[in-house]
Design a protein around this ligand. Structure first.
Ligand SMILES: Cc1cc2nc3c(=O)[nH]c(=O)nc-3n(C[C@H](O)[C@H](O)[C@H](O)COP(=O)(O)OP(=O)(O)OC[C@H]3O[C@@H](n4cnc5c(N)ncnc54)[C@H](O)[C@@H]3O)c2cc1C
Length: 378
């Protein structure tokens, strides 16, 4: 048992109170033993990795926080490619550096994302044209319901845009409550030292190549980190704009019909999936002699919108803050809510609610927070 530390010291937003108890696990057997013991009691619990996607209240926090500090990268060569089996507590960006140094392609554009490897599948991290889901083979987890360790293929994790069945959206329970013990990634051994085709316009421009070109892994990594740094998206103790949870809001996904109501210059990205909405009229008690009513099915394509554009067009600018508040929109990126020093969780929540209400009244769209909320409602 460790002395409970305030989550303000353990999260990149720099806010959050102390839990009743705190445990630190440095190998996976210890993590399993601690969680198994903890789950005997019907008390609140949560795990914390790097604290870069967690927004917690400054009040004391009920229950136990388990810090996942397990380590280890195992390399397994298979017919399909190289599998890296990585313990949950490894630092994500150290893993990217390892892959790049060892000529393994597939995660180079995910350079500079803070946090732990175990949290990466929770919201299916993504950036600059790559997403974890494209290289994730599966994970080992400890299932809260059964108490068992299990290997689960990526296909069973419901991975989508900043989501999975393991994510506690807002502060709700996850669809599947479980703790990630390790992660298996299938990477491509690069025979020429180049990465996967560049799949993001801004990155291609920074590298001075065309979309689809392949570029040396280390060059991609350096370019991504430089781009991220210019937006305050690489942790830097000297830069208050990086005291954030990264993008605070997800890009809203709406129906094509709803997207049509926005001004023509609003960015829109049509999604691949087609949403089927069916109106089924239930049969009543006397219907056994009546033909069932027809099922009306409409097909609606979904469209992803830019949360940053919506905020900027709701008269909220970089550097914006409420009067007297130490929480502000980053001076480099409209989507990041930052702690400019001594901000309280209430300051950050008030700013988030203000942004949500401005966008709602301007466009009728509710922005959803991306970080996991601990005893905070938005
Ligand atoms: C400056 C900055 C830039 C960012 N840029 C990006 C980006 O480009 N793309 C992106 O996708 N994200 C980005 N993020 C968000 C964040 O870095 C990722 O979501 C990251 O994966 C969170 O890792 P963590 O270990 O810090 O998670 P934490 O904040 O510690 O935890 C987040 C959630 O995951 C749960 N969790 C943590 N570890 C485990 C585990 N082993 N098993 C089960 N649940 C677990 C926690 O309980 C919590 O609910 C950024 C954040 C910051 C601060």
């Amino acid at each position: 048992m460790a002395e409970p530390t305030r989550l303000a010291e353990l999260t990149t937003l720099g806010v959050g109170g102390a839990p009743e108890r705190m445990l630190v696990a440095t190998d996976s057997d210890e993590l399993v033993a601690q969680l198994t013991e903890l789950w005997q009691h019907d008390e609140p619990w949560m795990v914390l990795g790097g604290g870069s996607n967690t927004f917690a209240t400054d009040h004391d926090i009920d229950g136990t926080v388990v810090l996942v500090r397990t380590r280890g990268i195992e390399r397994i060569t298979t017919d399909a490619g190289v599998v890296l089996r990585v313990q949950a507590g490894e630092t994500w960006d150290d893993l990217v550096a390892y892959a790049v140094d060892n000529g393994l392609a597939g995660i180079e554009a995910l350079s500079g994302i803070p946090g732990s490897v175990g949290a990466a599948p929770i919201q299916n991290i993504g950036a600059y044209g790559q997403e974890l889901s494209s290289v994730l083979l599966g994970i080992e987890l400890l299932d809260h319901e059964t108490g068992e360790r299990a290997h689960v293929p990526a296909s069973a994790l419901g991975l989508g845009y900043r989501t999975s069945v393991l994510k506690r959206h807002g502060g709700s329970d996850a669809e599947r409550e479980a703790v990630v013990l390790s992660v298996d990634l299938l990477l491509t051994e690069s025979s020429d030292g180049r990465g996967l085709p560049v799949a993001y316009e801004q990155l291609a421009k920074a590298l001075d190549v065309q979309l689809g070109d392949r570029v040396e892994l280390a060059r991609v990594r350096d370019a991504v980190i430089a781009l991220r740094r210019s937006k305050g998206m690489v942790l830097d103790p000297a830069d208050r704009d990086t005291f954030s949870a990264g993008s605070f809001f997800t890009n809203p996904i709406v129906t094509e019909q709803a997207a049509r109501t926005l001004p023509p210059d609003a960015p829109r990205w049509p999604q691949d999936e087609i949403a089927e909405t069916a109106t089924v009229i239930p049969l009543d008690g006397s219907s056994d002699i009546v033909a069932p009513p027809p099922i009306q099915t409409t097909t609606q394509r979904e469209v992803k919108l830019s949360a940053a554009w919506l905020i900027e067009h709701s008269s909220i600018h970089r550097g914006f803050h409420l009067p007297g508040s130490r929480a502000s929109i980053s001076s480099k990126h409209t989507l990041a809510l930052t702690n400019q020093g001594n901000a309280r969780s209430d300051d950050i929540a008030a700013l988030a609610r203000f942004v949500q209400s401005r966008v709602r009244s301007e466009f009728g769209i509710t922005l959803r927070p991306e970080p996991v909320l601990i005893d905070i409602e938005l």
